[in-house]
Design a protein around this ligand. Structure first.
Ligand code: T46
Length: 136
């Protein structure tokens, strides 16, 4: 079986009086970080994503607002996650089909293991569901 998506709790330093810092360094992440990107001002009616990746692994964090993430792994396991805390991330492993919907003010930070490469995307759902259901 492929490893499925998983929630990650980041440390939360601070208090309600002074605010918080969350932090992560390479030794506490499941991969080495090679790219960080972020998305914002997505209209609430829009569903982004709709793809999987061959090599990309990443952690999605709603640093502001709320993100609904629907995932599907090869073999058909479907899950739904709600991200609404800046100290919680969602680890998306390779071969994980994902679709995201955002509240308008939300900001999504993505911490990724590889640089952007269009060839790494599986954008055709029919191609995705043909992926072998085996350990990768
Ligand atoms: C993903 C989800 C969570 C770049 O040029 N460099 C980049 O690093 C990225 C991420 C995107 N782009 C370009 C490629 C497209 O022309 O930005 C445009 C929009 O990308 P896309 O339609 O893939 O955006 P999303 O929000 O559907 O997906 C993004 C990531 O691309 C994807 O890897 O997993 O966020």
């Amino acid at each position: 079986m492929y490893k499925g998506p998983a929630l990650i709790e980041f440390p939360r330093i601070g208090n309600t009086m002074q605010g918080y810092i969350s932090v992560s360094e390479n030794d506490t992440l499941p991969f080495e970080v090679n790219r960080v990107y972020w998305t914002y001002y997505t209209p609430e009616s829009i569903r982004r994503g709709g793809h999987a990746h061959y090599e990309l692994e990443q952690i999605l964090v709603a640093v502001a607002g709320k993100i609904i993430v629907e995932t599907e792994m090869p073999g058909g396991l479907k899950e739904r996650f709600i991200l609404e805390s800046p100290s919680v991330g969602l680890l998306l492993p390779k071969f994980c089909w994902h679709v995201m919907q955002y509240t308008h003010s939300s900001v999504q930070m993505c911490i990724a293991n590889i640089a952007y490469e269009e060839r790494d995307y599986i954008r055709d759902y029919n191609e995705f569901i043909k992926l072998p259901f085996a350990e990768k």
